[in-house]
Ligand binder design. Sequence first.
Ligand code: ZN
Length: 506
Amino acid sequence: MSGDRWIRLLAAAALFACLPVAAPTASAPATADPPAESPSREEPARSERSGGRDEPPIQLDTEAMDRKAGERAARELQETMGLLERPELEAFLRRVGARLVTQAPPRRFDYEFHIVDQDAPNAFALPGGFVYVSRGLLALTGSEDELAAVLAHEIAHVAARHAAAQQKVAQALPGLLRWLAVGELARYSREQEEEADRLGQQIAARAGYDPAGLVHFLEQLENAERLELGGSRIPSFLDTHPSTRRRVAEAAHRAQTELAAIPRLAPVAPDRTAYLRLLEGLPVGESAAEGIFRGQLFVHPELGFVIRFPDGWDTRNTPLAVGARDLRHRAQVFLELQGAGADPRAAAREFLTRPENRGFSVERMEPATVGGSPAWRVIGRIGSPEGTVGVHLTFVARGGRIYRLTGAAVGFDRFRELLGVFHGVARSFRPAPPDLLAEVTELRLRLVEAAEGESLAELSARTGNALDLDRTAVLNALWSDARLGAGQLVKIAVAEPWRPELSSAR
Ligand SMILES: [Zn+2]
């Protein structure tokens, strides 16, 4: 159940090692396109550089090491991003994946295919055969051929061992820096992308799929990115997979020439309708079970609390923590669940005596009341490779659980200036009012049949589609002024009241 996952993982989160905040450029995905000559195998990723650690690059020489390193990274990734559990869709993904793998260069490990709970359209692979697609990417696909193209591209990265070069990034990110850096995995070089396109398209074609699936999907993705479907600031597939236009042209050329003669086989899903039906029910946008943002206000319906983050700060919610960061001021504030308990002072003591928090010096501590609950506040500092980090900790006991709110800033003077901000965030942490909880809904993907000659706007009005016209058009690879045919299937998103049993059944 997703709420439990949140609780369990928050308790396991480490803290202080991670405080150096990523360089401001990390929030500007537009600059993600690496220069063509970028030797990415040797180039440390941004996040690693900004982590300020001087570890030698980790060499991954064998497939066995790929697998081992991949397993660790997969665990971390699943904890920070969360996986979507949808048995039918996952089983389908595995069948398509298995069919593709038979056409990939032989490897000694088994491939795994998972759905990450991310709204941004995204796909990525870890060494050792771990392949992930986001729910946002799945929602965007219009056919099994498109999905196969994406999976084959990622399989190609794994088979060509491009991912081995990425792995050192995940290993170099300690504790909660990972939380901040999720989605900022190392970029592949342009050469590696071209190789993955070429090899992936061959794999898909030989597995009996239409090699033009890659062309259609890349075009679809480009439209979606233009609309910022999902509104996420997390880098998506296009950021990690640059230079789309040329890739589309080359993929189209290959589909029409060298791959054109390869015979097609019947897909896994009997037809397009069966494929689209598999996508029904996928959350669209934020999924409410893990909490949702209303502007800077965060509501967690399962745990029943609200908290408000500072205006203008970049908010983020992951299974590990919810919080906000201000890159300009190299500051962050985030809320975690420390575990079960009723005594905030004891919780503070337990936390501060953990080995990873050695070196933390307390300046002040005092009892407090937060949202009507007993709390304990600790202000102190700790050294880091980036300089002194000021830390504002609030331990709150509520409902048999200990929550820990951490405000931190690099540079003690700057930290002092932000004390009022951190106090404000702590004060805003309170039980969610019932009327606010009653309003929590989540969007779910639904399929509806069009009437003859109906426009998308008419269909949206008739079916209660919560997405605007442009988004609906992109989701369906249609023009916004398209006239639909009788029985034509259209993907929409419907707001459904958040219900605990629904989200825990996912
Ligand atoms: Zn790629």
